[in-house]
Ligand binder design. Structure first.
Ligand code: AMP
Length: 547
């Protein structure tokens, strides 16, 4: 006999739609606050009305189920409105990466088939630069927050606030299949053209539930809950700001949106709203820690997940000394994103901060609903010895099912039924993963693989070093040797050989493999960053290693 559940004709099936995340806080936290910079405070009730108004405004210009609405904005309550209104209408939200080159931007706008683009006035120059190639068949909405008047050739359907004010505060959000596409955005982390990833309502709901459970269930450290005060410091175009705005809204947490990232404003908001929870890439945390005058701010109630790149131990240590509860999270654009977290147990908190640094900067343990394996080229799991490396492959109900309209790369991504991350890692006996590199960043010295991240960690501890990135440099004898690109701190005086000495000392202590002493040093004023603020090794290789 089949034991498939029987469905009573009138039973409600409850599709996993973003709408369900939206309804939750409105019934239990209607007066909770959503703040925008030092400019605006809304209650969830006010914000709900704005979401309904946005849906009506978009309908009035022709958006229907299946349309694509793109956004170019800073991190704001408006972006959060689009996170909900657009998918809840049955349309697709395309979060445009505002830092793409004009060529890439045209490509993504065309490829995603954007029908409407909501654009903050600050990004008009970017749109104007590509106007000839994107005007036809598209509608535009302007977010005018004042500021510089920029000459442009766009006929806007209206100004965002005015359109909301003119729209009705009631919209009847439809129900539809939970497998409907809700969001799309592009990753430039791989080679070639940007690749579109996409997530359904069901996937976003499951990601929210899985990540909420992981963050809320750890006993003491790295927790996020209803009493938290949340501020993202990750652009909202980058993997739905790591999915945390959906979690914050679902929980009814106070949310603070910082707009354009200005270090002084970020610090002011952190302190004045007593923000307890944020997330960012390591370079942003480094920037905040180095901002003149930060020492005067008490950041000891602040928890910050570091993701998008490995958390360098030197930054983790500096943050811990400031009382910041810092730890790593791992994920990719393709994975919605959260896969693992380096949360600590109560017992771990008895360790010295130096020892905690080791644990907090690991890649961590898989969260519920994320299956992670580290496998050798034959597809066998590597031993849990924290040494043997392999590729991370993953499964979870919320991974992109492919790259948009790109069959070839989709098949490659999902080869063998597991998603291939191209991240190289090892696992310790307690199941905690540690990424040692990206496949393409590993350096092969005389046949031995060297982890660029491990060498970076060692060099970053040198007191004169502000930032460092290590790449492979072609070498006639070794095939490749590590090249450390070092940005000195202002006024720091040291010689390159001191950096080499630091690495040599780590080789002598057994921290780094012997081959690391083949390293060369190159000084630079800045280290190139990607559009989401990560170290851009492709650009560094082109500049310094003439690939
Ligand atoms: P993106 O698609 O831009 O979000 O980049 C994803 C990539 O960032 C991953 O494949 C990793 O290489 C890297 N990454 C993200 N989080 C971490 C982490 N905690 N440790 C090391 N690398 C990370």
């Amino acid at each position: 006999m089949s034991n498939l559940i029987e469905k009573t004709k009138s039973a409600y099936e409850y599709p996993l739609l973003i709408k369900q995340l939206f309804l939750a806080p409105l019934s239990n936290k209607p007066n909770q606050q959503i703040v925008y910079r030092d400019q605006l405070t809304l209650t969830y009730k006010d914000w709900k009305e704005r979401v309904h108004r946005l849906a009506n405004a978009l309908t009035s210009i022709g958006v229907t189920q299946g349309s694509t609405v793109a956004v170019m904005d800073w991190d704001s309550h408006r972006y959060l409105e689009a996170y909900y209104a657009v998918p809840m209408m049955g349309a697709v939200l395309h979060t445009i990466n505002v830092r793409l080159s004009p060529e890439q931007m045209v490509y993504t706008i065309d490829h995603a088939e954007d029908d409407v683009i909501i654009c903050h006035i600050d990004f008009l120059p970017q749109l104007e630069a590509i106007k000839g190639r994107i005007l036809e068949g598209r509608k535009f909405i302007l977010i005018d927050e004042g500021g510089e008047v920029f000459k442009h050739h766009f006929q806007f359907e209206g100004e965002y606030e005015k359109m909301l004010a003119d729209a009705s505060p009631e919209f009847d959000f439809p129900e539809f299949d939970e497998n409907t596409r809700a969001t799309t955005f592009y990753t430039t982390g791989t080679t070639g053209l940007p690749k579109g990833v996409y997530f359904s309502h069901r996937q976003l709901v499951l990601h929210t539930l899985s990540t909420t459970a992981a963050l809320a269930s750890n006993s003491v450290q790295g927790r996020f809950h209803q009493e938290s005060v949340y501020m993202p410091i990750t652009p909202m175009f980058h993997v739905h700001a790591w999915g945390i705005p959906y979690i914050a809204t679902f929980l009814g947490t106070k949310q603070v949106y910082p707009g354009k990232y200005v270090p002084a404003m970020l610090l002011k908001l952190l302190v004045s709203h007593k923000v307890t929870f944020s997330h960012c890439v390591p370079t942003i945390l480094n920037m905040l820690l180095k901002e003149p005058g930060t020492a005067q701010y008490d950041l000891s109630n602040w928890t910050c997940i570091i993701g998008g790149a490995a958390l360098p131990k030197s930054i983790a240590l500096e943050a811990l000394k400031r009382g910041i509860d810092v730890f790593a999270g791992y994920g990719m654009s393709e994975t919605c994103p959260v896969l693992s977290l380096a949360q600590l147990t109560e017992k771990d908190l008895d360790l010295s901060i130096e020892e905690q640094t080791e644990l907090r900067s690991r890649t961590g343990r898989p969260i519920g609903l994320a299956q992670i394996r580290v496998v050798n080229p034959e597809g066998k799991d590597v031993p849990c010895d924290d040494k043997t490396v392999g590729e991370i492959i993953v499964r979870s109900p919320y991974l992109t099912q492919g790259y948009l309209k790109d069959h070839v790369h989709s098949e490659k991504l999902w080869e063998g039924g597991w998603m291939h991350t191209n991240d190289v890692a090892c696992v310790n006996e307690s199941g905690s993963i540690r990424i040692t590199d990206r496949t393409k960043d590993v350096i092969k010295v005389g046949g031995e693989w060297l982890s660029s991240l491990e060498i970076e960690d060692v060099i970053a501890k040198h007191e004169g070093v502000s930032e460092v990135a290590v790449i492979g440099f072609p070498d006639i004898n070794w095939g490749e040797v590590p090249l450390a690109i070092v940005v000195p701190k202002p006024d720091a005086i040291f010689e390159d050989r001191e950096i080499i000495q630091t690495v040599k000392a780590s080789v002598d202590n057994g921290v780094l493999p012997r081959e690391a002493i083949t390293m060369k040093v190159q000084r630079a004023e800045v280290i190139d960053k990607t559009s989401v603020g990560k170290i851009n090794k492709v650009a560094l290789r082109a500049k310094f290693a003439q690939e």
